[in-house]
Structures are given as structure tokens and as C-alpha cells.
Design a protein around this ligand. Structure first.
Ligand code: GDP
Ligand code: ZN
Length: 315
């Protein structure tokens, strides 16, 4: 049989078949040791083959299909190993608010870079547009222009007033979607507007909670009544930028990628090199200053402490 892992509890994986039936599956001990070097060999989002056990209810996973992408978190206990949070993600929505709370461009860019590295397309949702004053509106327009010109779709929404919710739903149809953004940007409000029956609330994952040695949180996939899934990802505090190779980072800035062939040195890092096309692009506004600033920050390995909040179903 074949299905998608929609939930994992550590020892059991809930697999949903095409017909919608859920089977609790295990993996064989032997299977655990093969392949991937992560603390969890099977993750939410995985497409798996499984054999039903004689009781016809539970199953044993025998194969994981190749993942189109996956997001990881460094394991707390085994620092060298990673934990796969979710796989086969079709799309991410990044919620941005200008104030209340402010979203920094460096937060936005780090998220975009990670998503780019994981091959996850991102749509930026400017939320709370019902509440913006003149100044915030200007800033929002500026950001929208920057990101649209790079190629990211931007939508102005109001989760509370129901503005453009249909458009968001339309994009989600038939896809596996992840929502991200600072705490307070309106993720739970938006998800509830999209699918009231999910009744999600934001889990304010406190630092203490996260540091607990035995605290393990698992992602979960919720199906949407109009087709598609939302991935609920407890414990992600941004994606692991730390693992990227320095040389790869500029490739995750699409607008840099277009220009870098024009740099004098083919291995130009776009930092101190002469005749750098990216820095020239900065001067004539083909590259936004905020984007270049984020790039330098990431290259220098500065860790901005940002958190990504998460949904958890009301228990
Ligand atoms: P989360 O932490 O990202 O899940 O954010 P919440 O959904 O809990 O929303 C945080 C606050 O922002 C709540 O007080 C919401 O009522 C408010 N909020 C959410 N969406 C909107 C919106 O579109 N407009 C306005 N004005 N407030 C919103
Ligand atoms: Zn350069």
C-alpha cells in the first residue's frame, strides 16, 4: 500500500492513503539504520510504501519515496545529526507586517534564502493592510516593489477583514503549504479564516520549553476541505542557514544570480572584490541596499535571533 505520512509520534507514523484512510505504521529496526543520517528516518510529508499487518489496521513502512525537498532542524541532543521536520513541501507563505510587529528585511531575506536552498517557492503575504497608516503604507509599497521585481509574488491581505483570502486559498489548492512569520503577524488568524474547522492557535513556544532535553515536537499535516494540506511545524525557529556553503549563498539571491556572470572574478564573493557587478548593481538600484545588507550579514554568519512561530491544534 502507499500513502503520505501526515503525523509522527516518534514510534508511530500515521499514513494517509489516497482513499483517505489512516493507518498507523511502524518502521522495522533494521530500516532505521539504513540511509539518511537524521534522528528520524521518516518525516511528515514523506510518501511511503507499507505492508499491512494481519490485523489490517497497522502497517510496516517498507519504502520511502524520494523527497522533492525537506526542511531540517539540528537535533538538540546529537549535535551532529539533524531532524527532518517535514518533506515534499510545495510552497511557503511568509507573513509580513510592517509594524505591530515589525518584520525586518533581514528576517525576510533569511527566510527567502533558506526556502530558495530547499527549493520551496515563497509567496509573501503583507498582512494587516487594514491597519496601515501613511508611513507604513509607503514602507510596504517599497518592500513590495523590491520583492516583486526579484520575482516573489506579493499579496496584500487582511486576515481579520477577509481581504484576499480567496486568492490565498486558490494558491493553496492541491498543495502542501507551510506558513511562517514572526509571532503576532496573524498566522493563526489567517489559517482560521482559510479553514475555520482547524481551529488552530499559535503555540507560543517558549525558550525554556524548547531547551528541554526531552522535548520533542513533531510536525503535522492537516488536510483542507478545499483540497491541499497545511503543515504545522512546531519548533522551527527558521531554517538552518548555518549549513550553507559560503559559495552557494549568492545563488539563493535570484537577482544576484542574474548579474554575477558580469563580475570580474568568476569566484567573486561580492564583498571586497573590484569590478563586482553586484556592487555596481547597488549603485544604480538594480540591487536593493537592504538585500545586499542581508547578504553580507549571512556571509558573515551573523545569527539574527528570529523565531518562527507555529500552529498547534487546540487540544
Ligand atoms: P500569530 O502569532 O502569527 O498566529 O498571530 P495571531 O493570528 O495570533 O494574530 C496576532 C494579532 O494580530 C491578533 O490580535 C489578531 O487579531 C491580529 N490580526 C491578525 N490579522 C490581522 C489583520 O488582518 N488586521 C489587523 N488589524 N489585525 C490582525
Ligand atoms: Zn561580484
Amino acid at each position: 500500500m502507499n500513502g503520505v505520512v501526515v503525523k509522527s509520534t516518534g514510534s508511530w507514523y500515521h499514513v494517509r492513503t489516497k482513499s483517505g484512510k489512516l493507518h498507523k505504521c511502524r518502521i522495522r529496526g533494521k530500516f532505521r539504520m539504513e540511509g539518511i543520517k537524521s534522528t528520524n528516518p521518516v518525516s511528515v510529508g514523506d510518501v511511503v510504501d507499507f505492508d499491512l499487518e494481519p490485523n489490517k489496521e497497522t502497517g510496516v513502512i517498507i519504502k520511502i519515496h524520494e523527497r522533492s525537498n525537506y526542511i531540517v532542524r539540528k537535533s538538540v541532543n546529537l549535535s551532529k545529526r539533524t531532524h527532518i521536520i517535514a518533506s515534499n513541501i510545495d510552497m511557503a507563505f511568509l507573513l509580513v507586517t510592517i509594524d505591530n510587529p515589525p518584520t525586518t528585511t533581514s528576517f525576510i531575506d533569511r527566510f527567502l534564502v533558506s526556502a530558495q536552498a530547499y527549493h520551496i517557492p515563497v509567496t509573501i503575504l503583507f498582512n494587516k493592510v487594514d491597519s496601515y497608516g501613511e508611513e507604513s503604507k509607503e514602507l510596504k509599497d517599497e518592500l513590495e516593489e523590491i520583492y516583486t521585481s526579484i520575482g516573489y509574488e506579493c499579496i496584500e491581505i487582511s486576515a481579520i477583514k477577509g481581504v484576499k483570502i480567496d486568492k490565498v486559498k486558490q494558491l493553496m489548492k492541491g498543495k502542501v503549504t507551510l506558513f511562517s512569520g514572526h509571532s503576532g503577524v496573524g498566522k493563526s488568524t489567517l489559517v482560521n479564516a482559510i479553514e475555520p474547522s482547524l481551529n488552530l492557535k499559535t503555540l507560543e513556544l517558549s525558550e525554556q520549553h524548547n531547551q528541554g532535553q526531552h522535548t520533542t515536537t513533531f510536525a503535522e499535516m492537516h488536510s483542507l476541505s478545499f483540497g491541499g494540506y497545511i503543515i504545522d511545524t512546531p519548533g522551527i525557529k527558521g531554517f538552518g542557514i548555518v549549513d550553507f556553503e559560503e559559495d552557494d549563498i549568492s545563488g539563493y539571491f535570484p537577482e544576484f544570480f542574474k548579474l554575477k556572470g558580469e563580475c570580474k572574478y568568476h569566484n567573486c564573493k561580492h564583498l571586497d572584490e573590484p569590478k563586482c557587478a553586484i556592487k555596481e548593481g547597488l549603485e544604480d538600484d538594480r540591487i536593493a541596499a537592504s538585500r545586499y545588507f542581508s547578504y553580507v550579514q549571512i556571509m558573515q554568519g551573523e545569527e539574527e535571533h528570529f523565531r518562527q512561530d507555529i500552529y498547534t491544534p487546540k487540544k
